[in-house]
Design a protein around this ligand. Structure first.
Ligand SMILES: [Zn+2]
Ligand SMILES: [Zn+2]
Length: 282
């Protein structure tokens, strides 16, 4: 769908569609073309990409802006926006079932973690005006979950010191135990344990592996969300039988009540996209 029409005295281009798979980036090229021929233009792009790990249910809103009105002193990523004549797409908000309490705009500036793609949704990283114990900077975001070290760490850590490995190196620590990370390369093992935010769990959090790569942590879920991914539910059921749950009705009762007391830690394979989970109980 593509049309151009005048509304309230200004020309608007509407482009919409619904494709089965990720389409080529020609839509971004269209935005860039419009930016070049109409330098004061602006626009919003609403994207629902169910193939992006961790964002299957999210609608992301990307903005192209020049001299975006009202955001000059907002302290958000938008005020580092493109200079006149340049073009850039900024993620200004995300709406998903887990995203309602998210701060808009700033997530665009966070480092990307391959094995924990949405640490805001999982609660591992939160907006906070707090000094990082590693770089001593106040970056506006702080890490809230596990960090294992024998050293004294005075304060919490910023996402950037996690991403570049400096916090793990400086304090000889790890964010996640290597338990469960069998059959992955040394490089992946180090990325997960030393350069990836851990997460909140009752028991020591651990990572799942699929297709010989670490899976991406999606979040803590209850039965309803787990049941949206039947393969993960089946795999968890099979794992629990192996672990000694032989009473089927007891097992089904436990699964159906996930989210109340016990919960499931949901992951998605970074290679084949399959969902997998383990149960975490208090
Ligand atoms: Zn830092
Ligand atoms: Zn896989």
């Amino acid at each position: 769908m593509l049309d151009l029409r005048w509304m309230n005295g200004a020309p608007f281009i509407h482009r919409g569609g619904y494709s089965n798979h990720r389409s080529s980036p020609d839509l971004v090229e269209l935005f860039e073309y419009v930016a070049a021929v109409a330098p004061d233009s602006y626009g919003l792009l609403h994207v629902h990409d169910d193939e992006q790990p961790g964002h299957e249910n999210d609608v992301r809103v990307l903005a192209r802006c020049l001299d975006w009105p009202g955001h000059e002193e907002s302290g958000t990523a938008l005020d580092q926006g493109p200079a006149r004549g340049q073009t850039a797409l900024h993620e200004i908000s995300r709406h998903g079932h887990q995203g309602a309490d998210r701060e808009p705009a700033m997530s665009a500036s966070l480092p990307f973690f391959r094995y924990h793609p949405d640490p805001l949704a999982s609660g591992s990283i939160r907006a906070a005006s707090e000094t990082c114990a590693c770089c001593k900077g106040n970056r506006g975001w702080i890490y809230t979950a596990t960090f294992y070290t024998a050293q004294d760490v005075s304060g919490r850590l910023c996402p950037w010191c996690i991403a570049d490995g400096s916090a793990a190196e400086r304090f000889a620590g790890e964010f996640t135990d290597s338990y469960g990370l069998d059959g992955v390369s040394e490089e992946v093992l180090h990325e997960v344990t030393r350069r990836t935010p851990g997460f909140h769990a009752w028991q020591d959090p651990h990572w799942l592996v699929h297709c010989q790569d670490a899976a991406a942590f999606v979040g803590e879920v209850g039965y309803t969300e787990l049941a949206e991914h039947p393969e993960a539910l089946d795999q968890l059921r099979a794992d629990m039988r192996t672990a000694g749950w032989h009473d089927e009705s007891q097992l089904e009762h436990f699964l159906a009540n996930l989210g109340e007391g016990a919960s499931a830690m949901l992951f998605r394979c970074t290679v084949c996209g399959a969902y997998l989970a383990y149960a975490d109980a208090s």
